[in-house]
Ligand binder design. Sequence first.
Ligand code: BG6
Length: 369
Amino acid sequence: EKGGFRSFMDKEIHDQPQAVADTLLGRTDTTGRLVLDEMRIDESVLRSVDKIVVVACGTAAYAGHVAKYAIEHWCRIPVEVELAHEFRYRDPVVDDRTLVVAVSQSGETMDTLMAVRHAKEQGATTLAIVNTHGSTIPRESDAALYTHAGPEIAVASTKAFLAQITAAYLLGLYLAQLRGNKFPDEISAIMAELRQMPEKIQQVLDRADRVREIARWMADTQSVLFLGRHVGYPVAMEGALKLKELAYIHAEGFAAGELKHGPIALIEPGQPVFVVVPSPRGRDSLHSKIVSNIQEIRARGARTLVIAEDGDEAVVPYADEVFSVPQSSTLLAPLLTVVPLQVFAAELATAKGLDVDQPRNLAKSVTVE
Ligand code: BG6
């Protein structure tokens, strides 16, 4: 059932093009309009929502961070992202014009479920973005938008993460359509680009040999840092989490802009640093700022492992390694840029002889608070 792969983790990483394709399937009508009937939330309620709060734990919370960037940009609705266990206990400001979106692979995470219950008590509308049909979180929520990643067996999440990000894009585009923030042809254009993403993810997987090779060389590494900006920031956080979970290596993700406010003190000769670089065709300032960050850490001896778009020549002089990904618009790039980081963590853990499917001390779904 591992489909010829040495672990469920490897299989699930390779299932990702399909997970994204299946999550997109059947979500538009013949005219290209998004139809998310399964959401069963009254359109008038969705039109009057004045705030969205995403609640989740672990990897699902990083999908929530990507959702924030996309939904705020497309719909101009303020979006907060909060760890479910923090949300529940701090008396958050939530009312009947708040949409609380719970993101969960299992649909059983107790911390996330408790956040949903609390939100409902406050009169919020609740929506579950969940992978497992019939699970508790969608049952207790007002509506559900399912990810179609298929069963995820490995404890650490990979394909469910890409499917969650995809579902978040669908939610954002649906709200933009409903609330008139975007013209139909703008939405169709983004949907068309989304439909090309499975093929591009496949290309990233096809190029992954070099990442694996580097990961094997780095099996003795004690610490790895990850930097990103904009949607590359949650990708950096997820890259660090994967390495902690799978390889038990101390890893931290930072917003690249934060570097000079502290983390740069960690840079010493030989320190490996992954940097997730946004498209140079996107907002120019974003790209040039992160190139300066790479330059700064390289000057202090860091070993720079750079994830950048095809054709990005600006990073080359400062990169010890470039892992290139196909071109995409900035907001959609996480579906591509996280993949080399997943492959890296899985390969390094395997090189250390660890069980990548069942890391120590972790459970696939944590059903206690
Ligand atoms: C953790 C899992 O316990 O729960 C993570 O090890 C996962 O992989 C997190 O991201 C949240 O789980 P879920 O099922 O709510 O997405």
